[in-house]
Design a protein around this ligand. Structure first.
Ligand code: FEO
Length: 141
């Protein structure tokens, strides 16, 4: 069951956990940041929203770095493909952040950004990130 309540992502440990506390904690921060953007999406406080969006872009980069390090340490064979997905997300998130900082219809950009972030995060954790969890658990068996 996907846990989006009134547009807000609700962390469900049994669903989202990848079995590594550090990564779960980082995913929770990403969920919080996306929820913060969602909550503020109708606000006129553009500077505040811009700060959250930029924080997300920076935080996600740290998360990807830490996660890739862990995958490398466990010898995960899907690391290359996973890195490509991270790179693609990074690029799209930066494009959104740049679009948002420019003059134009920021409400539309923000709506698109929030929709993209929610869809991406949920499907990425459930499919891509869970793949290294499964690999690790098989390895430990
Ligand atoms: Fe948790 Fe692959 O991002």
């Amino acid at each position: 069951m996907i846990t989006i309540i009134k547009d807000r992502i609700e962390w469900d440990h049994s669903l989202f956990s990848v079995g590594i506390e550090k990564i779960d904690d980082q995913h929770k921060v990403l969920v919080q940041l996306i929820n913060s953007i969602q909550l503020k999406k109708n606000s006129k406080d553009k500077d505040f929203i811009e700060k959250i969006v930029n924080t997300l872009v920076v935080y996600v980069e740290k998360h990807f770095h830490d996660e890739e390090q862990i995958m490398q340490n466990m010898g995960f064979p899907g690391l290359g493909k996973h890195k490509e997905k991270h790179g693609k997300f990074d690029q799209i998130a930066r494009e959104f952040a740049q679009k948002f900082s420019q003059p134009g219809d920021q409400a539309v950009v923000l709506e698109q950004l929030v929709a993209y972030l929610k869809k991406w995060l949920i499907s990425h954790i459930l499919v891509e990130d869970k793949a290294y969890k499964d690999y690790l658990f098989r390895k430990l068996d």
